[in-house]
Ligand binder design. Structure first.
Ligand code: 3EB
Length: 327
């Protein structure tokens, strides 16, 4: 039972081989206002992108509380989207409810394990009742992990958290039959151990999650990665150096993964999503990225660039990716 990822630039009725089933999908739209659907707007490629997680087995869909999910018996994809409340405590409570429903979903499916989460919040860096939206979110998220008895520190899933201009808060996740093997980055403090200067509760994610897709076949989900060394943001105001630092971090995460598996992942072969805070920085980021992975590599040709706020206001770029390899 295989899990596959595909990305296409035409979303209307993609022709697909018989026996291939959509576990989860999202459409990424270009242009201002596209974020109204709860996802960041697409900067590149120019046409709408459809991303799909597909299965070789039929999927069953359902709803658990706020979560809509689909399951092929092994891999479970879920999503939720809802308006963000107007106070900090209500935002914390809503985040907690979303994650509580997510953990209920996993429980109702035989105890599936979170592999990767995508979190999109409107006005991520704005202050709400004296605390950043992202920091309120971190409070509700960590508490929900603790209340569910899920790994909130070592063993947390891979994730990303980005900001949109408006619209609903959107969460999507992939879960699987086995707990992922967490990977940390020796160049960075584990995010779940960030000091309290970054918020009262630390973010809940591992730098990457190593997953066995099938015997002899591994997948690495690399979390959103930015220009952070130790726990400090570096190169404020310099998007080129931030992109270079981010790439050093991505390479360090892959190196750390290679200490845990004989599989060999390559940045040049991964599917990347590049989040750029300022649309005007797109070309500068693309140039650095293409140079690092090779202009003709699958990574450079397939990368998707989205315009989004990164979880610290001084960070201008964040890159996440995933890739598979035989072991
Ligand atoms: C960082 O390294 C950058 O809160 O889920 C990256 C990936 C970041 C995931 C999250 C935040 C998250 O801290 C921000």
């Amino acid at each position: 039972m295989s899990l596959l990822f595909e990305r296409r630039t035409h979303h209307a009725d993609l022709p697909r081989a018989a026996g291939v089933h959509v576990l989860g999908q999202r459409h990424l739209f270009p242009g201002a206002g596209a974020g109204a659907g709860g996802l960041p707007p697409l900067l590149r490629p120019a046409q709408t992108v459809t991303e799909r997680w597909i299965s070789t087995h039929p999927v069953r869909t359902g709803e658990t509380g706020l979560i809509r999910h689909s399951d092929d018996g092994l891999w479970l994809y879920g999503e939720a989207s809802l308006p963000v409340p107007a106070t900090g405590t209500a935002l914390q409570a809503m985040t907690h409810q979303l994650y509580a429903d997510l953990f209920r979903t996993l429980h109702a499916h035989g105890g599936r394990h979170l592999l990767k989460l995508w979190n999109y919040l409107p006005r991520l860096n704005a202050a709400l009742d004296g605390l950043e939206v992202y920091r309120h979110f971190n409070i509700g998220r960590q508490q929900a992990f603790l209340d569910a008895g899920a790994a909130a520190f070592d063993g947390a899933p891979a994730a990303c958290a980005l900001g949109t201009a408006g619209g609903p808060m959107t969460l999507a996740f992939l879960a699987g039959p086995q707990a992922p093997r967490p990977v940390e980055n020796p160049r960075q403090t584990s995010a779940y151990h960030y000091p309290a200067t970054y918020g009262p509760r630390s973010p809940t994610f591992s730098r990457a999650a190593l997953v066995t897709l099938a015997p002899g076949h591994e997948m690495l989900f690399v979390s959103g990665t930015a220009s952070i060394v130790g726990h400090a943001s570096v190169h404020p105001g310099d998007v080129v150096q931030q992109t270079e630092e981010t790439l050093r971090n991505l390479r360090a995460v892959l190196d750390a993964a290679h200490d845990q598996t004989p599989a060999r992942f390559a940045l040049a072969q991964c599917a990347h999503t590049v989040y750029v805070r300022h649309a005007a920085d797109l070309d500068a980021v693309r140039t650095v990225f293409a140079q690092a992975v090779g202009a003709d590599s699958p990574a450079a040709r397939g990368a998707v660039y989205l315009q989004a706020d990164v979880c610290r206001s001084e960070l201008l770029v964040e890159i996440e990716c995933h890739g598979d390899a035989p072991r």
